[in-house]
Write a protein that binds this ligand. Structure first.
Ligand SMILES: Cc1cc2nc3c(=O)[nH]c(=O)nc-3n(C[C@H](O)[C@H](O)[C@H](O)COP(=O)(O)OP(=O)(O)OC[C@H]3O[C@@H](n4cnc5c(N)ncnc54)[C@H](O)[C@@H]3O)c2cc1C
Length: 403
């Protein structure tokens, strides 16, 4: 059965404020005395209606065999069930199967997707799909790592023009590379974490940033040509790209001012943390007892993205620990070694209910970080095996790692 994606408005949450109807450029939204409804034949998924909605009622999508007419929708007290959600435990339709598969691998290390932080803002997901992608324009593309470094990481700013693309720090977007794979099928989506804060790379601009590592060898060192990463790293200003998403409902920044955000990363795993740090830097006066702690690992300084800007951040904003595994003037260290070096502080953070832990970057870091937490807990009379599930259930421990 072929399903189509239909945009609807949740009658249980809608406060009938008329904002969506006023803003919809294609006049797809109408209302009667009871409900606000979306005409499937007119809705072009431009999504201008999403950000202004004060309740989130507008953020309702269903996979349906036959689109509901406006007459159907006028009758509803509640939204109908999604016809695409699998009864067999498969992904609900607001996360496409390929994205669900990729994110399941990214979060499996410490036990799958946890709860989001209680104070995180409501994330929009899967507004743009491979059938109806958003188009972004490259506003700038800068190599971040030293030109002599083996690792080539780019900072890419994407202008979304007049396309609404609401995202939060910690979410990722899908990139659809042009062309086809070896089987002649369109390339599958590649996920990239957003590296800018929700209000834009430049505040008030409808843009976002990514940190992209050019893939020229696989995890075993074998020469390969990463399709999406090479495509993105080679893009010139003005080029257009197709984007899906945003994705991610749990790896989200806590909003409460007292939150202590512990960020543990390697390489491009820094991307979501750049977004979170920028968010806090721009709103520093709001954060009374909150704090940020960064444990950042790379082989060498020259391979560490955002090294210069990172070193200039105010010390009272962020506490930075760097670990280099192949630098000549410092001992060989990994992020877990810096966690151990700060064991008393880490143990205090683990016991502080305002602390949130985020791990992002190369999959290989997971084991070492896990062992470091276990050892730190054991040395402080804490039981990591009990603490980890509690942290996850309370939205305080988040992992996103990839090859
Ligand atoms: C939630 C999430 C967020 C992500 N955020 C970022 C980000 O912010 N920046 C970023 O650069 N990447 C990020 N990634 C990783 C990125 O999606 C993958 O590296 C992607 O496969 C690259 O696509 P590609 O077409 O260049 O390589 P592919 O054509 O997909 O892969 C080519 C070959 O390279 C191997 N390979 C793929 N990725 C890597 C890698 N990272 N290191 C070594 N070998 C690899 C593959 O196994 C394959 O053999 C993220 C992944 C996830 C799941």
């Amino acid at each position: 059965m072929t399903l189509v994606r239909q945009h609807l408005i949740d009658p249980e949450i809608c406060i009938r404020c008329n904002t969506c109807e006023e803003i919809c450029p294609s006049d797809a939204i109408t209302h009667d005395d009871l409900n606000y409804v979306v005409d499937f034949n007119k809705c072009d998924f431009k999504s201008s209606c999403l950000p202004p909605c004060p309740t989130g009622a507008i953020d309702s999508f269903r996979m349906v065999a036959e689109p509901f007419s406006t007459a159907d929708q006028f009758q509803w007290d509640v939204l109908p069930e999604d016809q695409g959600a699998g009864s067999d435990g498969s992904a609900p339709s607001d996360i496409p199967d390929d994205v669900a598969r990729i994110t399941a691998i990214a979060t499996e290390g410490f036990g799958g997707q946890p709860m989001p932080p209680w104070s995180a803002a409501h994330p929009y997901v899967n507004i743009y799909t491979p059938d109806r992608p958003a188009t972004g324009t490259i506003a700038g593309n800068l190599r971040l790592t030293d030109k002599n470094a083996d690792v080539d990481i780019h900072h890419i700013v994407i202008d979304m023009g007049k396309t609404a693309f609401p995202y939060l720090e910690g979410q990722s977007i899908g990139i659809l590379p042009p062309g086809v794979d070896e089987a002649g099928k369109p390339h599958h989506v590649r996920l990239y974490s957003v590296a800018s804060p929700r209000e834009g790379e430049r505040a008030g601009h409808n843009n976002l940033a990514l940190s992209i590592k050019r893939i020229e060898e696989d995890q075993d060192g074998k020469a390969v040509h990463g399709v999406a990463s090479n495509f993105l790293c080679d893009l010139k200003r003005g080029a257009e790209i197709r984007i899906t998403g945003p994705f991610g409902k749990t790896f989200l920044m806590p909003n409460e001012p007292d939150a202590r955000i512990v960020m543990i990363c390697t390489g491009t795993g820094a991307a979501p943390f750049r977004g979170m740090t920028e968010r806090r830097r721009r709103r520093a006066s709001l954060y009374g007892n909150g704090s940020m702690h960064l444990f950042f690992g790379a082989r060498r300084r020259a391979e560490l993205p955002y090294f210069g800007p990172l070193m200039k951040l105010p010390k009272d904003l962020i506490d930075v620990e760097l670990a280099f595994s192949r630098e000549t003037d410092t001992p060989k260290e990994y992020v877990q070694d810096r966690l151990r070096a700060r064991a008393d502080d880490v143990a205090a953070l683990i016991q502080d209910e305002n602390s949130y832990f985020f791990i992002c970057g190369h999959k290989r870091m997971e084991e070492g970080v896990h062992d470091a937490f276990m050892d730190i807990c054991a040395a402080h009379d804490l039981n990591w095996a009990h603490i980890l599930p509690d942290l996850r259930d309370s939205g305080r421990f988040h992992v996103e790692t990839y090859f």
